[in-house]
Design a protein around this ligand. Structure first.
Ligand SMILES: [Zn+2]
Length: 120
């Protein structure tokens, strides 16, 4: 077990970009047959590969839903969020995927950006 550092971009405060600097535990698996040799502590507000918090992804999509990706990227920069139009598109693409699965399972969600909390 050891501590590793993670940095996540979070929702802006007073128009200033914010980052969370976290120390999370990384564990070594003692089971020799296990395919994962190490695993990292999970966080309730961001998947282990995410560089932005779930709250920020929801914030980004909440703005982007009314604008082009390029326009949203510029408006978000004014609000203190550093995100490219390509990243906005990839957030949309991942929602689509979750949405498709949800529809196949017979679930109906209301606003699409609400689902961003499940982006991994
Ligand atoms: Zn294991």
């Amino acid at each position: 077990m050891r501590l590793i550092s993670r940095t996540l971009q979070d929702t802006p405060i007073q128009g200033k970009q914010t980052r969370l600097h976290l120390n999370v535990y990384k564990y070594d698996c003692l089971n020799l047959a296990c395919p994962d040799q190490t695993f990292t502590e999970t966080l309730p507000f961001a998947g282990w590969k995410q560089v932005r918090t779930d709250a920020l992804n929801t914030f980004i999509l909440g703005v982007a839903i009314f604008l082009s990706n390029n326009g949203a990227s510029k408006v978000l920069a004014l609000l203190g969020v550093n995100v490219s139009n390509d990243t906005i598109q990839s957030l949309y693409d991942r929602i689509e995927f979750v949405d498709d699965i949800a529809i196949k399972r017979g679930n109906v969600y209301a606003p699409r950006f609400m689902i961003s909390a499940t982006i991994t």
